[in-house]
Design a protein around this ligand. Structure first.
Ligand SMILES: *[C@@H]1O[C@H](CO)[C@@H](O)[C@H](O)[C@H]1NC(C)=O
Ligand SMILES: *[C@@H]1O[C@H](CO)[C@@H](O)[C@H](O)[C@H]1NC(C)=O
Length: 465
């Protein structure tokens, strides 16, 4: 009597344990490990929608994409770079990061230039803009913010050699009561790298050369920098550039968020403890934020160790990648040997070629029902979605040391030139020994937290729209 009951019970239990749960799980995982999205959402709207969240926090600046409708630098479409140009310039930036890290500690690289230079500093064009106030009375300036460089600078009147065209009036130090030049003999001037500084009428001169042959030269000076009404720095060291050339396209200069002692986080360490966070919006038609100090940091942020790379860069340890929920078989030594940095100015994430080809294979398998399209520059996995309203693509997750899993947002999977040419926004480096770069497309919608004192970088999903 007991046996049939228990076997019925067992059968019911088995049914519950195996059949029902696996059925439910399958449904769940299918949705969990894929994105279903509208093809129309791949292209930015022509109207700006402002994110009203964190940018109202103290010590916060609104972040806009330089060429989107939220930017006051937004120009006629003809003067914005094409998608192909953005990718070419992105590769210039990556090349300069590679040569800079590969050559740190030796001097074998020689540039065919007579400019004094911060060797191979980097600039790109997939850049994000914040607006800060400089001087007294304050002048509002739109600066590209850049975790891959250190010195903050803006173009300055009287532009003795050259200023490129910028949208806002060029900063004029003679009209500011708080501007101070720095004497050549001062310890500040002498602590600029010897080949990046000079002297003109006993006044300190700086020079920064970027990897794509953009440069800025001018007076290294002190000035009042105003972030918000409560966040004012009276003697901020900055470059007042009187000879500036390059692909800055309308921005007034650059806000350096790197790690060296002249960077903005280092100079404001007393107030913010070298802590900042940002959220890059899902599209060029929405806004994000850049926040200094620990206000507004999400309670769900997960931190991963950030090894120092060179004197500027923030490192990351990638340990694995999954596509559609399946972990790719890539030896951990592939990531370990290359190393990785996180960069706000590199557009497309660069992986060691061994890792990229595994990612590409898995992603192509998961999207094999869609027609392919021509490659776009460095992007070799492209689709023609023009006959689809919605598409379903596998989720990509990146695993970092310390148990941190970043599920790339749907806005961080593709780089779309047009609905007929939508490309996977990852690329391989040319060599497995080149440093990997976690680029800004993949950072979209995450709150990314840089804790320079703690030596860690954090990610929280849903940081902004
Ligand atoms: C400038 O000096 C640094 C270290 O002093 C060196 O690594 C770099 O190669 C120099 N740059 C140039 C362009 O000579
Ligand atoms: C992508 O980001 C948006 C904006 O934060 C969020 O609403 C959405 O849930 C995210 N999607 C995924 C799959 O993480």
């Amino acid at each position: 009597m007991a046996a049939p009951i228990s076997s019925i019970f067992l059968a019911a239990l088995l049914l519950l344990l195996c059949v029902l749960p696996t059925f439910e799980l399958r449904e769940l995982t299918a949705e969990d490990y894929h994105h279903t999205l509208q093809v129309s959402s791949l292209l930015p709207s022509s109207v700006c929608s402002t994110y009203e969240g964190l940018e109202k926090m103290p010590s916060s600046l609104k972040v806009v994409h330089k060429h989107g409708p939220c930017s006051n630098l937004h120009q006629k479409e003809s003067s914005a770079p094409t998608h192909a140009e953005v990718l070419l310039q992105d590769q210039d930036r990556v090349n300069s990061i590679h040569s800079r890290l590969a050559n740190s500690g030796d001097t074998k690289k020689t540039d065919a230039t007579t400019l004094p230079a911060y060797h191979g500093s980097t600039i790109g064009t997939g850049n994000y803009i914040v607006t800060v106030g400089l001087g007294t009375p304050r002048t509002d300036l739109s600066l590209e913010f850049d975790t891959g460089s250190d010195i903050t600078w803006t173009q300055c009147e009287p532009c003795v050699s050259y200023c490129y065209k910028q949208k806002e009036p060029i900063f004029d130090p003679s009209k500011s009561t708080s501007y101070l030049n720095i004497p050549c003999a001062s310890s500040i001037c002498r602590s600029l790298p010897a080949n990046s500084s000079g002297c003109s009428s006993s006044t300190c001169v700086y020079a920064v050369q970027y990897g794509d042959s953009s440069y800025t030269i001018g007076f290294f000076a002190k000035e009042r920098l105003t972030l918000t009404s409560t966040d004012v720095f009276d003697t901020f060291l900055f470059g007042c550039g009187e000879n500036n050339r390059g692909l800055f396209r309308g921005a007034a200069g650059l806000l350096g968020l790197g790690r060296n002692k002249f960077s903005f986080p280092s100079q404001t360490a007393q107030k913010y403890n070298k802590l900042f966070s940002y959220c890059l919006p899902s599209s060029a038609s929405s806004t994000g934020y850049l926040t200094f100090g620990n206000s507004g940091i999400s309670s769900s942020v997960k931190f991963t160790p950030s090894p120092k790379l060179g004197e500027t860069f923030y490192g990351l340890n990638i340990i694995g990648i999954s596509v559609g929920g399946n972990r790719l078989s890539i030896s951990s030594s592939v990531f370990y040997n290359a190393g990785t940095i996180i960069d706000s100015g590199t557009v497309i994430t660069r992986l060691p070629p061994t890792a990229y080809s595994a990612l590409r294979t898995a992603f192509r398998q998961g999207t094999s029902t869609y027609p392919s399209a021509d490659a776009l520059g460095i992007l070799d996995t492209c689709y023609d979605f023009s006959n689809y309203d919605t598409i379903r693509v596998p989720r990509i997750s990146i695993f970092f040391s310390g148990g941190v899993q970043v599920d790339i947002n749907v806005s961080g999977v593709f780089f779309a030139a047009d609905v007929s040419q939508v490309c996977l926004a990852f690329a391989g480096n040319s060599d497995d020994s080149d440093v990997g770069i976690f680029g800004n497309v993949q950072q979209k919608t995450f709150q990314v937290v840089y804790d320079n004192v703690g030596g860690r970088v954090g990610f929280a999903a849903g940081g902004c729209r």
